[in-house]
Each structure stands twice: as structure tokens, then as C-alpha cells.
Design a protein around this ligand. Structure first.
Ligand SMILES: Nc1ncnc2c1ncn2[C@@H]1O[C@H](COP(=O)(O)OP(=O)(O)OP(=O)(O)O)[C@@H](O)[C@H]1O
Length: 448
């Protein structure tokens, strides 16, 4: 779903495009003049604008320039008449994404809008990257797989607002790095980013860690201590391992989320907070809700926007880039210019189950880099290191479900034939359409 602005002074055209696009699931804003289009644009910062050139109070070209100045990521599609060719060229020079001719053709319109949306997300991802690099290089998120592109889209959307977000995913999939990226790419990036690990503190201290305490609130509270909420100020509070939060505190957290007010332990004054909450968990909160170990109301309050980070074994096409990233990081740390991998290393890494996900891969590469003494990472060394990272009971095929095994088998065959689906369907003895259906069903990822 994208955020679209449609600008046309002709009511029937505006209405028919709006209806057509909202049927496709997009969220729609409209305007009928240059002035109105600029104020709506500034309010909704759309992903894509469909902009008529001839408007009653001026030219769409002026609107285009102002929009490009205000928020250059937006993709502007001009609506032009054939006699407007000169103006159309000028629009392209001024940074319009594309143009469509009147009378509008539904297929052409849909295709152009879809291309513009894809291009917007691609640019948003790069912008997020560039911005992050200058601030905190460690938080660069690596990966071009389809699953990661979905993640970038959600990050792009979240850095434009302060909605509460829930990041789900197995351990080591990058939940914290994603939370940091959302913070660093938002306009509040200069404000604090505070982490609160809900599993790290003993139950009795959790409340005062989170909300702070007054002097004398309990034995040992010798001074006033601000909690994590207070420390986060107007920034971001990252609640890691939220699934571990005890039930009594879940209620208090919910109260805080609903009212953005809280009291220090032992306090009498109601404190205000404007911090943004991003929570993360590797637990299945939905199951916890049915088991009544996690409050349903808190779950729904947290998952206003939610994303699930894919496990590494479902995006093996990212391994190459991740390895290059971690090799570079190790080379920097070891102070060497150039470190390489022996042929076959990447293939070998693709056959590891990666139950510890990206964190495990990072550890393997760091160990291998140290073994290589900053020169070439050898396959044999890698093999030895990987043998210390045994397959966990969870991942062993004996406890995998039938569908997990089917998914893995199809994936292995596709990898072995470089994703030639016809060839793979022969080996698997299923028809090509069935293979396609299974690829879709299991979200199997084609390497780029
Ligand atoms: N896509 C990625 N690109 C680059 N580095 C990554 C990526 N994903 C994870 N990492 C790195 O892997 C390590 C683990 O990531 P992170 O701590 O964000 O995972 P997590 O999901 O929060 O783990 P846990 O659930 O155990 O807390 C970090 O060093 C992080 O920088």
C-alpha cells in the first residue's frame, strides 16, 4: 500500500483515479489547484503524486518544483496532453518521475504508478542507508533479498511518523539494528535511543528501572533515580524481549502507552513522556496471548505497526553481501587493507542452518578472520569453525514439520540448479505451476 496524492482540477478525473487507486489498496489524498496541492503535499508527504500540468491557479510545473524541494523522495507523475510536449520535457528536466497522456489509460496508469512506488521504496532505502552511514556505520543494514526489501519499506514508513512498532523475529535476525535505524532515520535522530531489556533485570527491579523511583521508595533507594522512560525523553525507548515482561508490569506498560503518563515508584507526581516505543521479541506473542501469558490488549497496542524479520535461512541470497560486510568490518578492526575468502566459502556458508541468524554469521566471520591473520579466509578453517556451531535440536530435521522439510528441500533443489524453475520442477517431479505456487507459499527468495 502506498500513499498517493492526486492533483487535477477536473472533478471526474480526480474521482475516477482516486477510486481506481483506492481499489488497489492505496491511501489517497486529492487536491485541485497548485496551492492546495502544496499544502496537502506538505501534510501527507506522499510516496507518489499524480499531477496535472494545467491547473487553474498556475502550472503543475511550479507545484512539481516546490514538491521536489520539500521532499525529493516523492515520485511525481505528470498528466499531460499531447500538445503539452514541450512542458512535459521541461517537467522531466525538473525531476518528474514519468508522465502519462490524457485520455488516461487504466493499464498504463497502474503500471506507471506501480513502477513509481517501487522506485520510491528503492530510493527510500538508499536514503535511509546514506543517512545512517554518516551517523552510525555499525547500524548499516545489509541485504537485498525480497524479504529485506519489505523490511526497508516498513522502516521507510516508520521513520516518517512516531507510531508504536513491534519488531518480531528469531534471535539474531537484526531486531535491534532495525530499531536503531528507524530512530536514526527519523527527524528525532538527535534525541536519545534508550534500550530496556525486559529479560535482563530481576522482576522486583523492573518497575523502578522502567519508571524510575523516588528517594526512599524502597529499601536501597537512597537517591532519586530516573527510569528508562525518563532517560528516553522525546527520543525512542526500545523495549527488547518484550515477551519476557511479567504480567503485572504488562498492565502498567499498557497504562503508560495509552496515556503517556506515569509515576516514579514511590512518587506522587504524574510525569509526562513523549518517547516513541519500539518493542521487539523472538517469542510468539500471539500464542502467548492465547496461553494468557501476554495481555491481548498490550499486544494489540504494541503491534500498531509490526514487522517480522526473516530468518537468515530464508534469505540465503543475502549471505554474500553480509559476509562482505562482516569481512570488511573485521579487516577494519584488525587494521588490514584487504581480506578475501577462498573460492567455495560462500557456497559452504549457504548450507549451514544459521539458527543464530545474522549474529551467528557475524561471529563465524570474525573467528575466521582472526584465523586467517588478516589474509585469506580458508575453506578448511571455516569448516572447523562451523563444526562448533552445531544444528540445534529445534532445527534438526527430526523435529522439523513436514512443511518445513518440504520448504527446505525445494529451496535446496532451486539453489542447486541456479533457480532454473523448469529444471527444478523436473527434479522435484512436480509441474511448473505447482512449483510456482510452492515458491509463493513458502516465500522462497530468488537470489538477485
Ligand atoms: N541485516 C543486517 N545487516 C548487518 N548486520 C546485521 C544485520 N542483521 C543483524 N546484524 C548484526 O547481527 C547482530 C545481531 O543483531 P541484533 O542484535 O539486531 O539482533 P536481534 O534480533 O535484536 O537479536 P536478539 O533477539 O538476540 O536480541 C548485530 O551485531 C547486528 O549488527
Amino acid at each position: 500500500m502506498a500513499n498517493l496524492l492526486i492533483v487535477d482540477d477536473e472533478h471526474p478525473i480526480r474521482e475516477s483515479i482516486s477510486m481506481f487507486m483506492s481499489e488497489k489498496g492505496h491511501s489517497i489524498h486529492t487536491a485541485s489547484s497548485v496551492n492546495e496541492s502544496i499544502s496537502v503535499f506538505k501534510e501527507c508527504t506522499p510516496d507518489v503524486v499524480i499531477l496535472d500540468i494545467r491547473l487553474p491557479d498556475g502550472s503543475g510545473l511550479d507545484a512539481l518544483s516546490q514538491m521536489r524541494d520539500f521532499y525529493p523522495l516523492s515520485k511525481v507523475i505528470m498528466i499531460t496532453a499531447f500538445q503539452d510536449m514541450e512542458t512535459t520535457i521541461e517537467a522531466m528536466k525538473r525531476g518528474a518521475y514519468d508522465y502519462i497522456h490524457k485520455p488516461l489509460d487504466a493499464d498504463e496508469l497502474e503500471k506507471t504508478v506501480n513502477d513509481a512506488i517501487a522506485s520510491f521504496y528503492e530510493d527510500a532505502k538508499t536514503a535511509v542507508k546514506d543517512k545512517g552511514k554518516t551517523v552510525y556505520n555499525e547500524s548499516e543494514i545489509v541485504g537485498k533479498s525480497r524479504a529485506m526489501k519489505e523490511v526497508y519499506k516498513t522502516i521507510g514508513m516508520l521513520c516518517q511518523n512516531r507510531a508504536t512498532a513491534l519488531i518480531m523475529g528469531e534471535t539474531g535476525t537484526g531486531k535491534e539494528i532495525v530499531a536503531r535505524r528507524i530512530h536514526l532515520s527519523s527527524t528525532d535522530c538527535e534525541k536519545p535511543f534508550i534500550t530496556f531489556d525486559c529479560s535482563a533485570v530481576v522482576d522486583t527491579l523492573l518497575e523502578s528501572e522502567l519508571f524510575g523511583h523516588e528517594k526512599g521508595a524502597f529499601t536501597g533507594a537512597v537517591t532519586l533515580r530516573p527510569g528508562k522512560i525518563e532517560l528516553a525523553g522525546d527520543g525512542t525507548l526500545f523495549l527488547d524481549e518484550i515477551g519476557e515482561l511479567p504480567l503485572n508490569l504488562q498492565g502498567k506498560l499498557l497504562g503508560f502507552l495509552e496515556r503517556k503518563r506515569y509515576m516514579r515508584v514511590g512518587g506522587k507526581v504524574l510525569m509526562k513522556s513523549k518517547c516513541r516505543i519500539i518493542a521487539a521479541t523472538n517469542r510468539d506473542l500471539e500464542t502467548m496471548v492465547t496461553q494468557k501469558t501476554f495481555r491481548a490488549d498490550l499486544y494489540y497496542r504494541l503491534k500498531v505497526v509490526n514487522m517480522t524479520l526473516p530468518p537468515l535461512r530464508h534469505r540465503l541470497s543475502d549471505i554474500k553481501d553480509l559476509v562482505a560486510h562482516f569481512v570488511q568490518k573485521s579487516a577494519d578492526e584488525l587494521g588490514v587493507e584487504h581480506m578475501t575468502l577462498q573460492d567455495g566459502c560462500i557456497e559452504r556458508l549457504k548450507h549451514h542452518p544459521w539458527t543464530g541468524n545474522v549474529r551467528e554469521l557475524e561471529n563465524v566471520i570474525v573467528s575466521a578472520s582472526i584465523q586467517s591473520r588478516g589474509s585469506v579466509i580458508l575453506l578448511d578453517d571455516l569448516e572447523t569453525i562451523l563444526s562448533y556451531h552445531p544444528v540445534s535440536a529445534e532445527e534438526s530435521s527430526s523435529s522439523q514439520s513436514l512443511s518445513q522439510m518440504e520448504r527446505q528441500h525445494i529451496f535446496n533443489i532451486l539453489e542447486s540448479v541456479q533457480w532454473n524453475k523448469t529444471h527444478a520442477s523436473h527434479i522435484l517431479k512436480i509441474s511448473l505451476p505447482t512449483l510456482r505456487k510452492k515458491i509463493k507459499k513458502y516465500h522462497l527468495d530468488t537470489p538477485d
